[in-house]
Design a protein around this ligand. Structure first.
Ligand SMILES: [Zn+2]
Length: 354
């Protein structure tokens, strides 16, 4: 090779220095022989080189538990998803255990609501009773996560306590902490504050520690946005705000830098797990949280994500199983360690059948 050619070749390769770093110099020079389709030539080869693999153990099933019902009630905006009674939910959890799902997250719907959401920390409340019953039936076979918020318990449907026209941040976090403690004392493994109040994680950690619940984990709903994809959940959990919206506490989905500050503040306050919600519209935030923190990352594939796929599938516009698998794989590929999904059970069945 002439001196000039050598120089040209070197300059060209410098542009592709990452190829050289990874030992690809020869392949680069022999570029025409590179055939990526060799890696896709059969189902067995594709399975062997699959980069992202879902497992039932990645999945968490959300469950709505309603006080005062005897049989399951299907949710209009989420066909195939039910509200359970504290008794009937046991059968559902049995099915989760059988499909190798190892965690559920509980949302309570009380019979009575008031403006302060007092039933949220009642030791005989619907969530507290259900936790005890799951523990009695399954021991440590299933991880019990509980949502800690007030919107299902307040008569006005907001996630906090209202004074005047304002949500009072500091009074709300006192009640959230009492609620989290009542869940921990009933036997919850992980409490998950979702009200997006400032200081909620620290307040909960302090109260748990003062009451000998140092082993209870906190999963912060760290970056939770005011999202239209939550709408079917409000039907499911009877938690539509009676007035206004949630934009003074839930985040603006346009603001990734603010999301990073929310995540950082949950880490500083003592969160053990960070959650991003919704999932599919926030794959960038999931990825950033994964590379910029050392905490486990949870992603919540929300009710709207479920209902969109379900509605399209019911109209035969989309293959439901393929759409579930693709969207949950994308969430894991972005960096989620665990995925909360209303499709958790179906996804586990698909994986178990392979
Ligand atoms: Zn709420």
């Amino acid at each position: 090779m002439s001196r000039q050619n050598k120089k040209n070749s070197k300059t060209k390769l410098n542009k592709y220095s990452w190829l050289v770093d990874f030992g690809y110099q020869q392949s680069y020079n022999l570029f025409p022989k590179m055939r990526l389709r060799r890696l896709r030539k059969s189902s067995a080869i594709r399975d062997l080189f699959q980069e992202t693999r879902l497992s039932p153990k990645d999945l968490v099933l959300p469950l709505f538990i309603q006080e005062g019902i005897d049989s399951n009630v299907e949710i209009d905006a989420m066909p195939g998803i039910f509200r359970f009674s504290p008794k009937t939910v046991i059968q559902e959890i049995e099915e989760c255990v059988n499909t190798k799902i190892c965690a559920v997250i509980l949302f309570g719907l009380p019979k009575k609501k008031d403006s302060f959401g007092r039933r949220s920390y009642d030791n005989k409340g619907v969530v507290q009773q259900t936790i005890k019953s799951i523990r009695d039936n399954f021991g440590d076979k299933i991880v019990i996560i509980t949502d800690v918020c007030l919107c299902q318990y307040t008569s006005h449907g907001h996630c906090g306590i209202i004074y005047g026209n304002q949500i009072d941040n500091d009074k709300t976090i006192d009640t959230l902490a009492k609620t989290a403690l009542s869940h921990a004392e009933a036997g919850a493994d992980i409490v998950a504050p979702s009200a997006m109040m400032d200081g909620q994680v620290r307040k909960i950690r302090d109260l748990l520690d003062k009451n000998s619940c140092t082993n209870t984990l906190i999963m912060g709903y760290s970056a939770k946005q005011a999202s239209s994809f939550f709408s079917p959940f409000r039907d499911a959990a009877h938690s539509k705000p009676g007035f206004g919206d949630r934009k003074t506490y839930q985040m603006d989905y346009s603001n990734p830098r603010e999301a990073s500050r929310e995540i950082k503040s949950d880490i500083e306050e003592g969160a053990d797990v960070l959650m991003i919600k919704p999932a599919l519209s926030n794959l960038d935030l999931i990825y950033e949280a994964k590379i910029n923190t050392l905490h486990p990352i949870a992603a919540y594939s929300v009710s709207g994500e479920y209902s969109m796929i379900k509605a399209a599938a019911m109209n035969q516009w989309i293959d439901e199983d393929q759409a579930i698998t693709e969207s949950l794989t994308a969430i894991k590929r972005a960096g989620a360690n665990i995925i909360i999904s209303y499709y958790a059970k179906r996804m586990a069945e698909i994986l178990n059948s392979k």
